[in-house]
Ligand binder design. Structure first.
Ligand code: 5AD
Ligand code: SF4
Length: 491
């Protein structure tokens, strides 16, 4: 699992089950709009090394879903830039239109087909090449060509390494070009990565997933777990530091299952410490952690190394051991809570966020109550809550005792109300405290800056200064709501 939990304190408001489509630490939150594409900034490699096989053609890529997808799109863009394509900001201007898709819940998958529908009868007329990448591509495969015959490329994330060959086929007039092989031990390595976020850079350290949660399509759409060699990860971190980044987020569906395949054989904590040791890197985030692979060692590293951010996104999915078993989550409520107690007993007061599903087949009122009491027991700083969505190729698909949509909505609302109360109480406790934030946006209309603390809290603040983007600033919290914190720069 994984998603980027970008806006911990805005999780409930901005990321209800109804509108979210993500999966890598809470992430799943899409980049906030403040991170407008800065395509001319920080590419990983000198553009003079670009080969011109794209012949100056243009491309547009739209991304759905999680942070892993957002970063995959940055890498796919890098592959295209390396072939001499240029990025444009609107599909109408593009020769090649790509959709990097998400199928974690049904709604997300539907969205893609409605986008594709917009090209019916138009794509060919306008000489455009349309491609579908990511989870829907992998899940639907060749079917996509049947449903939308104007699509020319279908490629799942486990085949991105083959993108240069697939692009060559397309460029020489190929139709129905496919990359759907799931049986791979390769990871997606790129010469160039387009960096769309000027403040924080993403590095995928592990792809795919070897868990088999009964509700989840990811093992089917992203393939088996593959870790990247630590020297490749560290080289990327060094390049990013040289390009001026101070914050790095390590990504993986189960980021803490990382196992270095190179002779150095670092485990996840070893890699965390090594990345934090890269000169110039001041913050290292990671997402999403699986509770099963969450060790004391990780907490010890965060306690010892200030550059490791004190925020854990640890999706629990349900507070009921009975449902956790049906979900095949590999831990009980008690085991999960034990790990939470390790975090609570650590020296640094970390923030904690989670994903929760309501209305899993067979979830009784008592099971649901257990999810509510778990919220109280943990005191999360934010959650992403979802109504269970039946997915193809998952074992939960055939489970009896479906919960009605109406009941799922009711449970979701109760869960979110309870969490809102918890967040209000947690946030009020922060009033009067000061935090260092990395400033990542300016809200012109309100004349306010927006920064993020190491524990991933967003802080709105005022400052007399005119240029603060990308800077570290100390801010004192003066006001708190359930989804936001406001303060003033401490000078
Ligand atoms: N229905 C609802 N939510 C799901 N998630 C994954 N699969 C499903 C599904 N079929 C949620 C989990 C996961 C998050 C990224 O998406 O909570 O952690
Ligand atoms: Fe996460 Fe489970 Fe899905 Fe793997 S199968 S991505 S662990 S929810």
């Amino acid at each position: 699992m994984s998603r980027t939990f970008d806006v911990a304190l805005e999780a409930i408001a901005a990321n209800t089950a109804a509108n979210k489509t993500a999966h890598t630490a809470p992430t799943a939150a899409a980049l906030p709009p403040v991170f407008a594409p800065a395509q001319d900034r920080a590419q990983d490699k000198d553009q003079s090394q670009i080969s011109p096989s794209g012949g100056g053609k243009s491309f547009y890529i739209e991304t759905f879903g999680c942070q892993m997808n957002a970063h995959d799109s940055e890498k796919v863009s890098g592959v295209l830039l390396a072939r001499g394509y240029r990025a444009v900001n609107h599909p109408a201007q593009a020769d090649l239109v790509l959709y990097n898709t998400c199928s974690i819940r049904e709604k997300a998958a539907h969205k893609v087909f409605s986008r594709l529908g917009e090209w019916r009868g138009v794509a060919q007329e306008q000489g455009k090449i349309i491609g579908v990448l990511g989870c829907v591509a992998q899940q639907e495969g060749e079917e996509i060509f049947e449903r939308a015959p104007w699509v020319s490329l279908v490629c799942g994330s486990a085949s991105y390494q083959k993108l240069p060959q697939l692009m060559a086929e397309l460029e020489s007039g190929g139709r129905r070009v496919m990359g759907l092989d799931l049986d791979t031990d390769e990871t997606f390595e790129t010469e160039i990565t387009r960096r769309d976020n000027p403040i924080r850079a993403y590095i995928t350290i592990i792809e795919g997933c070897d868990y088999a949660c009964s509700y989840c399509v990811v093992p089917h759409t992203r393939g088996p777990e593959r870790s990247r060699p630590s020297d490749a990860v560290l080289a990327e971190a060094r390049r990013l530091a040289d390009a001026g980044y101070t914050e790095i987020q390590l990504l993986g569906q189960t980021v803490n299952s990382y196992r270095d395949p190179s002779p150095r054989a670092l485990n996840f904590t070893g890699l965390l410490r090594a990345v934090a040791g890269v000169s110039g890197i001041r913050r290292v985030r990671f997402t999403t952690s699986h509770p099963n692979d969450f060790t004391r060692e990780i907490i010890e590293a965060v306690d010892e190394v200030p550059a490791l951010c004190d925020h854990f996104h640890l999706p629990v999915q349900s507070g009921s051991t009975r449902i956790l078993r049906a979900m095949r989550r590999t831990y009980t409520r008690e085991e999960y809570l034990e790990k939470i107690s390790w975090i609570r007993n650590a020296r640094r007061p970390a923030s904690l966020t989670s994903d929760i599903i309501v209305g899993f087949p067979g979830e009784t009122e008592e099971d649901f109550e257990q999810s509510i009491t778990l919220l109280d027991a943990v005191g999360y700083d934010g959650i992403f809550a979802f109504k269970y969505s039946l997915r193809p190729n998952t074992t939960a698909r055939d489970m009896p005792d479906a919960v009605s949509e109406e009941e799922k909505s009711r449970r979701l609302a109760i869960l979110q109300d309870r969490q809102r109360e918890i967040q209000t109480a947690q946030n009020e406790k922060l009033i009067g405290q000061s935090f260092e934030v990395l400033v990542d946006a300016h809200r012109e209309a309100r004349g306010q800056w927006l920064g993020r603390t190491t524990n991933n809290r967003m802080l709105n603040f005022s400052s007399p200064r005119l240029t603060l983007l990308g800077q570290y600033v100390k801010v004192k919290v003066t006001r708190a709501g359930p989804n936001s914190l406001a303060g003033e720069e401490v000078v």
